[in-house]
Design a protein around this ligand. Structure first.
Ligand code: AMP
Length: 408
């Protein structure tokens, strides 16, 4: 008979919740040992048909096809799935529920126990992240209702970047307009950049506050950061997660005038342009595909659109790499992470090709070795170390949430 997770779970676990507009990811994890007890994904929340929850315990996957009219129902179903595994989340000794929150504006720069005042502040910030903050708040409310005695902690995607130097955080836009509408560079993926940069320093056997590094988080969303001694000095995402690198479906940096052109000449609405920039841009806009694996396969088959998409992606990446090398002056490490960064050896090789004079010497054999752990892919005598460090945002959220609760 297979062992139930109820037998293996130790007190102190954290339930991590990442609620999007129509989806909700969750993970039950031990922040100390990094053991994942269970994880899952509720999809098509609020859609009339096709909603489901995929619940994983170890290698056992269960798919529940069930109506999910709202986030509350989704969470209630997840609680039931755990109950069927013998886990009563309300009294399983959880230290915290850690909620990934996207936009903390200038208000939140560290993890925070969520109470009514915090919820009110996040609601006030919603215009900064209209697509992201409202669904996460719905997730917070639903979990708090079902698990009223477990502290809810908010971990903000923007927090790591809260004290970017003014020159990096400020757009060259009318200062009164900027002040009135909160327009500045906030940065996103902060939990990942912070976690990965700490892991990289540890991997190098050095103190975090003495390492200068460039972290390239290349997933479906993608962002770069320049980190000096543990503190970010620049990052590629801005007021929203749209700026910067070419992404799966987002255009990244683009002439702001293109929006005016599409409106005036193309008669497009703000929503039309938003869709073109956010959902049908980037790799998808260029070749109709945002899954990097499929793009690489198409390139191998001689597909010109996929090749151009790839070249534009790498070109932009190299621009940021160059800019951040100048920003930092001295660079100890370039660190690749997330789905593309951890797995696509070709992207790493092409992004760093010909940079030997800048101190980056890739070891082509190490680069193509596959592994799930942190590793060095530069030669031993490369002045700048090139690392692949798997990100783990859920674990980082769980650790931060547990720390807040246990120290407050
Ligand atoms: P993430 O958002 O971090 O989950 O990353 C998703 C992206 O990583 C998708 O574009 C995937 O196609 C890409 N990816 C995952 N595995 C691989 C792989 N083995 N080779 C290339 N790209 C990959």
């Amino acid at each position: 008979m297979t062992e139930s997770i109820a037998d293996t779970i130790t007190p102190g676990a954290v339930l991590v919740i990442n609620a999007g507009s129509s989806s909700l990811k969750y993970q039950l994890v031990d922040p100390a040992s990094a053991q994942v007890y269970a994880n899952g994904l509720a999809e098509r929340i609020g859609e009339p048909v096709g909603s489901s929850i995929t619940h994983m315990v170890g290698n056992r996957e269960r798919i529940l096809e069930v109506a999910l009219p709202d986030h509350r129902t989704a969470i209630a179903e997840v609680v039931e799935l755990f109950r069927a595994d013998g886990i009563h989340l309300a009294d399983a000794g959880l230290t915290a529920v850690g909620h990934r929150l996207v936009h903390g504006g200038t208000e939140f720069h560290s993890p925070i126990v969520i109470d009514d005042a915090v919820i009110a502040t996040i609601e006030r910030l919603s215009p900064l992240a209209p697509l992201h903050n409202p669904p996460t708040l719905r997730g917070v409310e639903a979990v708090s209702e079902l698990l009223p005695d477990v502290p809810a902690v908010g971990i903000f995607d923007t927090a790591f970047f809260y004290d970017l130097p003014a020159a990096a955080a400020t757009y060259a836009i009318d200062t009164e307009v900027a002040a009135e509408y909160g327009i500045r560079r906030y940065g996103f993926h902060g939990t990942s950049h912070q976690y990965v940069s700490r892991c990289a320093a540890r991997f190098l056997g050095r103190r975090n506050d003495e390492v200068n590094q460039i972290v390239l988080h290349l997933g479906n969303g993608a962002s770069a950061s320049a980190i000096r001694g543990g503190r970010p000095v620049d990052t590629s995402m801005g007021l929203t997660p749209l700026e910067g690198l070419v992404m799966g479906t987002r255009v990244g940096d683009i002439d702001p005038g293109i929006a005016f052109h599409l409106a005036r000449v193309g008669g497009m609405s703000v929503d039309d342009v938003d869709r073109i920039y956010n959902k049908h841009g980037g790799l998808k806009g260029l070749c109709g595909e945002n899954d990097f694996r499929a793009i690489l396969e198409r390139i191998d088959a001689g597909d010109a659109a996929a090749k151009l998409a790839y070249d534009v992606y790498v070109h932009r990446l190299r621009h940021y790499l160059g800019a951040y090398m100048i920003d930092l002056g001295r660079v100890d490490a370039v660190v690749f992470t997330a789905g593309v960064g951890e797995n696509a050896a070709a992207v790493r090789a092409d992004a760093l090709a010909g940079l030997e004079n800048f101190g980056i010497v890739l070891d082509s054999e190490r680069n193509v070795e596959r592994s799930r752990v942190s590793r060095r892919i530069s030669t031993d005598d490369s002045p700048i170390a090139v690392l692949v460090v798997p990100t783990n945002e859920e674990l980082a959220i769980a650790q931060q949430a547990a720390e807040v609760v246990l120290t407050s």
